[in-house]
Structures are given as C-alpha cells and as structure tokens.
Ligand binder design. Structure first.
Ligand code: PFF
Length: 456
C-alpha cells in the first residue's frame, strides 16, 4: 500500500486487529444462515456435539497449521507452499485453495445479496406487512434482476475494502464492525429465546438424539466446522502472512475458534427457538432450505412489539457478518494475483471481483431461470455450496495438516508457534501430535468415505 516502507508487506497492526479480521472471516453467513440450517437438517443437538468436537480436535489444529504456513512464508496461499516446499507439487494445495475461494465467494455473495434486499424490505416496512414469508422469499430469490444487482453491490463493497489493503481496509473495517455484530446478535437472541414456545427449540438444540446421527451427519458436521472457521482453503494462510512475528498464534487461534463457535450457538438460539415458536413445531415436517432464515425470522419480527427495529438490526448484522467474510475470501485471490502475477492491488482486486461475479451470477440465477439446470442432481448454487464446504475444504484441510505434520515438520512448526523459542507451552507438542497423526486420519476417513457414499 501507498505509504509503507519499501520492501515491507502490509500487515495487521495490533493483536485485536488480527482477532477482529480472523474472527470476522470465520463469523459469517456460515454461523447465522448455514449453521442453523444444517443443524436442523441433521439432528439438532447430536449434530451440535459432533460439531464442537470437530472444532476442538480438527478446527484449531488446522487453523494453527494455516497461520504457521502463512506467517513463516510471508506470502499468499499459493506462494507459501512454493516457498516452503520448493520443487515439489505442494503448490497445488495452494491452487486448490484459490479455486475453492472462487467457488465459495460465488454462492456466498448470492446469500449476502439477499441480506441487502431484506434489509431494504425491513427498513421500508414492506417485510413486516408481508402475509406469506415463504412466497415472499421464493418470489424474490427466483427473480432475475434484484438478486443479481444486490450480489453485485456486495462484490463492489467487498472489492473496495480489499482494495484499501490490510491495515486501512480489512483491519479498519472489521475492528469497527465485529463488536457491533456481537452486540446486535445478543439483542436478537434475548428476544428469540423469550418467545412463547421457544423452549421446545432450545431442547431440540441442546438435547442430543444420537439416533439421528449417520455418516452424512458426521461429514456435514466436519464440513460445517471447516466452512465456519474459514479453514481448508488458504484464507488463514493469507491472513497468517499478515500477522506480526510476536503474535501468540495458539492463543489467537483459540480465541478465534471460541468466538466463532460461541456465535454459531448464539445464532442457533436466534433461529431455532423461533422456528419452533412459529412453524409446525417440528423441523422434520418443514424440510428447511436455503431460505430458512429469510422465511422464519421475519415472522418472529412481525409478531413482536418493536419488530421492525429487530428486523432492521438482524438483516444489518447478517450483512455485516457476510461482508467481513467475503473480504477474507476475496483477499485470498487478490494476494495470489498480486504476488504471483505481480499485479497492482487495484488490478488484482478488479480482475478477481469481476471473474468471481460471473460465476456468482450463475449461482444466483439458479434459484430462478437456471433452476432446472442440474449438475449431479444439484443446482449450480447447491453444487457450489455442497462441494466447496464438504469436499474442497475437507480435502484442503487434509492436505494442509499433512503438509505441516509431514513436510514442514516438527522443528519448523514448534519454532514458528513459539516465536523462535520465546514462548513456551507443553500444548505445542500436543497440537503437533494431533496435526501429524490424529487430524489426517480423522479427516482422511471422512473425506474418502464421503466419495463413496451414495445419496449425499
Ligand atoms: N467462515 C465463513 C462463514 O462462516 O460464513 C465463510 C468462509 C469464509 C468460508 C472464508 C471459507 C473462507 F475461507
């Protein structure tokens, strides 16, 4: 960026800045839109338990692996592998990350665009005067113009923040918005759990029914954990490369994972009790789809005193959560183009945003004119969503832990984690053991088996 000393990479300026940016990437539509959706589709409480297990056992070690790779190499996701493992095909893991970033941002920006439409509908008062929220959502999402326009607005805002760079764009933006987000979520949770009939939803969420667990549940829990923590595609390698050398990486990773999980649980407490309070009373009967949050919550707002205010707050927070994540995904591609193809930040941002938007528009239209265009039985949106979270991120996470555990090795890992011997913790070796043995076996079994299971 403009006024940096020459030869220096732009970096985060403070510890809080790192947490805000990384937690900003992690906390997003994955927590508020996707988590309640997959939780209700996969058995509620039992899914939640599995999910938390994966966050601790796999999520934090993969996150640390990514931070380590990025901070050690001081490069983008692709360049980091090239530098740390020269003359070997490991850079392909970086390439997979760049492709995954494309896939994720294209469908993610569709949903982020929906949040803007709903924010406008909430502010104008139209939303709370709607009788049938399901057809309101169906009508909007299947139309051709508005969802595409909103998606492009999201891509433009994302591009502008990323163009601002690390300190003056990403860090500044997330440092202000993340605390706002937490306060707003807390406000809506209080309202949702005090609705009449909400108790049933709270029980559904916290009392595990293990009979609902099957292989698909396990895969979805792992995929959701990876998606939610933003691991498995190099986002945190890229952000790791902007973390200063005296940062305590284990502490940072644990704080980010804790914040993300806490907000996913809060988000479920916002959405699931409301489903029980306002719908047929059983999630099995309502087969929730991508519109869950857009169909159920507006009914809650409609029925509550001061609902307009809560509706505006909710869709604003959803939009903020989405934007602090979209910028992290775009930065993966921008850092790659900038450092590997030696483009200016401006050019790299423009090329990345425009090309992702092209795929994104197809994802958006798959709710309308392209709804009959199916690949492997899924719409473009459905395929991008499923394949990126459950297949690409899972394989990405697998390859990243294998890289750190078996190629980068213990000495380098411990050196980076301890800030070249300045920090001491007996946990470092435990984490390395997990990275070398436990995480690859656990992710490997799930990822490989997923390829052979029919009907997923
Ligand atoms: N973690 C984000 C969320 O939960 O919404 C989504 C995401 C961002 C996934 C960045 C992957 C990524 F690299």
């Amino acid at each position: 960026m403009a006024n940096l000393p020459s030869g220096n990479r732009d970096s985060f300026s403070s510890k809080f800045g790192v947490i805000a940016a990384a937690a900003g990437s992690a906390v997003g539509l994955g927590n508020i839109w996707r988590f309640p959706l997959v939780t209700t589709q996969n058995g509620g409480g039992a899914f939640l338990m599995l999910y938390i297990g994966f966050i601790i056992l796999i999520g934090i070690p993969v996150m640390l692996s990514e931070f380590t790779i990025g901070r050690r190499a001081q490069l983008n996701a692709f360049g980091s592998f090239k530098k740390l493992a020269p003359k070997s095909p490991w850079y392909l893991v970086g390439s997979l990350g760049i492709i995954t970033a494309f896939a994720i941002l294209s469908f993610y920006s569709t949903v982020a665009g929906w949040t803007l439409e709903y924010l406008v509908q909430a502010v104008s008062g139209k939303l709370l005067h709607t009788d049938d929220m399901v057809s309101n959502f169906a009508g909007f999402s299947s139309s051709s113009a508005r969802p595409v326009i909103w998606q492009l607005v999201i891509m433009v805002i994302t591009g502008l923040v990323v163009y601002g760079g690390i300190k003056k764009g990403i860090e500044k933006f997330t440092k202000i918005l993340m605390p706002v987000l937490v306060i707003l979520i807390a406000l809506v949770v209080v309202r949702s759990v005090t609705l009449p009939g909400a108790g049933e939803g709270i029980r559904y969420l916290f009392i595990p029914d293990w009979s609902a667990v099957n292989f698909k549940t396990v895969l979805m829990a792992l995929g959701q954990a990876a998606f939610s923590l933003s691991i498995g595609m190099g986002t945190l390698i890229t952000y790791g490369s902007y973390i200063q050398k005296d940062n305590h990486l284990l502490k940072t990773a644990s704080q980010v994972a804790f914040t993300d999980t806490f907000i996913a649980i809060l988000a479920s407490l916002m959405v699931i009790p409301a489903i029980f309070a306002f719908s047929v009373g059983s999630v099995d009967q309502m087969s929730p789809g991508p519109g869950l949050v857009f169909e159920v919550l507006p009914n809650v707002f409609k029925a509550m005193p001061g609902g307009v205010v809560f509706a505006v707050i909710f869709f604003f927070l959803l939009c903020v959560a989405a934007l602090t994540s979209t910028i992290s995904v775009l930065e993966v591609v921008v850092a790659y183009l900038k450092e590997e193809l030696k483009l200016s930040r401006g050019k790299a941002t423009l090329i990345a945003s425009v090309s992702i938007s092209v795929l994104g528009v197809l994802a958006t239209l798959s709710f309308g004119v392209l709804s009959n265009f199916l690949i492997f039985g899924k719409t473009i949106f459905g395929l991008l969503d499923f394949a990126s979270a459950n297949i690409m991120l899972t394989f990405g996470a697998l390859l990243i832990v294998i890289f750190v555990g078996w190629k980068l090795g213990k000495i380098n890992f411990l050196d980076e984690l301890s800030n070249q011997g300045q920090l001491k913790s007996s946990l470092y070796k435990v984490v390395f053991f997990i990275i070398r043995y436990i995480a690859p076996v656990a992710i490997g079994i799930i990822a490989v088996a997923a390829l052979f299971i029919k009907g997923i």
